[in-house]
Design a protein around this ligand. Sequence first.
Ligand SMILES: [Zn+2]
Length: 297
Amino acid sequence: MNTIKNIVVAGGTHGNELTGIKIYQKWAKNFSAYQEKCPSAKLELVHTNIEASTVCRRYVDRDLNRSFANRLLALKNPTAYEIRRAQELNLRFGPKGENTKTDLIIDVHNTTANMGVCLILSTRDPFTMRASAELVYEFPNAFIYYQPEERGESPYFGTIAKADICLEVGPQPHGTLDAKLFFETEQVVTRYLELAEEWNRGTLQQKPKKKVDVYTQFKDIDYPRDAFGEITAMVHPNLREADYQEVKPGDPIFMTFDGKDVLYDGEFPVHPIFIDESAYYEKKLAMSLTTKTTEEW
Ligand SMILES: [Zn+2]
């Protein structure tokens, strides 16, 4: 991205993830103070899943953050609230694709997993990479997760912009707030705005690149299940709150209800994240396995 002309900061894409909703409400009351962080771009705030937030649930009819694939955005007269909302958001901030009005979306989420402030990048966009590298040095609790996405098919809200950062902040039970995580998240979002301003002035590009640990999506794994689809094991006690830590082939990853270890049978070490995220039981996802590399960003 050469110049960042439009930035959207979003909260409440999942209606029970309160950090982003509270940032939205706080910032909306004092908008000019945040717009001033990046005067060279137009800032917009959005509360994405309003209906789900009023009942403090992740979603009403279906997951809004799984509703932005081109196929769903093109549906005629959808009945599900979240597909209608995705189409409205796409009209306002998209349309998804090369002609989108929005250069950058920062979408604020929470997770029950112990992921700190996870900066999720879906493209190798030069600004989001450069800015995120600065932020992992400024915030010891920040980590970079690279989850490459084919943008047209990707279901995530951020993919209607040219580039996006999805923040996943935790551990925080859904429907609750954690003051320390709130302020940390708010500072990270504010820094992205300030760094966008530096980018537009050309100064961020002149700073030396930094070595960063990058956790790259490898594969999602489910809990062990029986023939009826019931889970037969839990996340292993060794992995509780152990996001980003290395798991080697042969290490225990689950424990059955009889107390037996289930071992990781992969061929190389991985670094699981989103471990035991409560919203992912329905998605049959126990954790996302990543590989860790060191790169200059
Ligand atoms: Zn979320």
